[in-house]
Design a protein. Structure first.
Length: 117
């Protein structure tokens, strides 16, 4: 049993090490800007059906407005979260105007990664 525990600990430490290393790479080499959410839209990604009915699952995209290398950008950015029900008007209203950080590689300025809680 002790051997299994040691393997689990080694696995967890390894995963955390690589996550930390990836985050350090992003922070050190990717460009960043503060963006403002101008609009929010739900995007249907799948449908769940069961004997009790069905439901659509959605991801959320925000229209991010930011300045990249002296140029204003407006780009729809998908927020990484578990698919769920479509956000209601109150949720959308709370997101509008909120600021968050966007990051991108200099070699891939069209691939924006949001950092939004």
């Amino acid at each position: 049993m002790g051997g299994y525990l040691a393997l689990i600990v080694i696995f967890v430490v390894t995963v955390l090490f690589f996550q930390h290393r990836r985050q350090q790479e992003i922070e050190n080499t990717w460009q960043r800007a503060t963006a403002t959410i101008e609009d929010v839209r739900p995007v249907a990604v799948s449908e769940v059906n069961s004997q009790f009915g069905g439901a659509m699952l959605y991801q959320v995209e925000v229209l991010a407005h930011y300045n990249a290398n002296g140029f204003e950008q407006k780009r729809w950015v998908r927020i990484e979260r578990m698919p769920g029900p479509s956000p209601d008007e109150n949720q959308i209203a709370r997101w509008k105007g909120k600021q968050f950080v966007v990051r991108w590689k200099a070699s891939q300025p069209d691939r924006v990664v949001p950092e939004l809680n």
